[in-house]
Design a protein around this ligand. Sequence first.
Ligand SMILES: [Fe+2]
Ligand SMILES: [Fe+2]
Length: 189
Amino acid sequence: MKESYQQIYLASRPYWDTRFNDIHLPLAHEYARQLLISYPDADEAIVIPAILMHDNGWKMLTPDQQAKSFGPNMSRADLRRQHELEGVRIAKEILGEINYDETLSAEICHIIDGHDSREHAISLNDKLVKDADKLWRFSPTGLDIDHRRFGKELQAHAIWTRDQIDEWLFTERAKEIALELVNMTIIQE
Ligand SMILES: [Fe+2]
Ligand SMILES: [Fe+2]
């Protein structure tokens, strides 16, 4: 791991002890690394910092506010937006602290700024971050957490999640990984 990635990781970790982010973020980071192998034209120096810091802003919202601002029962898009804006603010602080390259920092912040609210991707780097962020939803760990917090039965939630693959994911490799992951949980009739 490049030294700067470790600095970003260590500076971000304190923000992760909420909303299962201490589980979500390490998984998202692993998926980002897998996708970077399949897409060598993407820039690791943008994708890795962006994925590590993208959800740091959740820490600024209470669990009650968080519950209303994501998932199939979302009612407060403004609070979801707030976690992106807080995430950008925190990312600027962390990147400034370690004197990270300014051009790279600008794209990292741009990606974090729209990682949930912006439905299209602005670059290949953005596609990888968006896909790495969502892939954990298909994993046994993500499904197990999500079906409980969304009040859904596990099988029904896994099947619904599988049906979102084309809707949620941009890259072909992420779609392959998602299908393989979600099929771990789905019991075939
Ligand atoms: Fe997010
Ligand atoms: Fe996320």
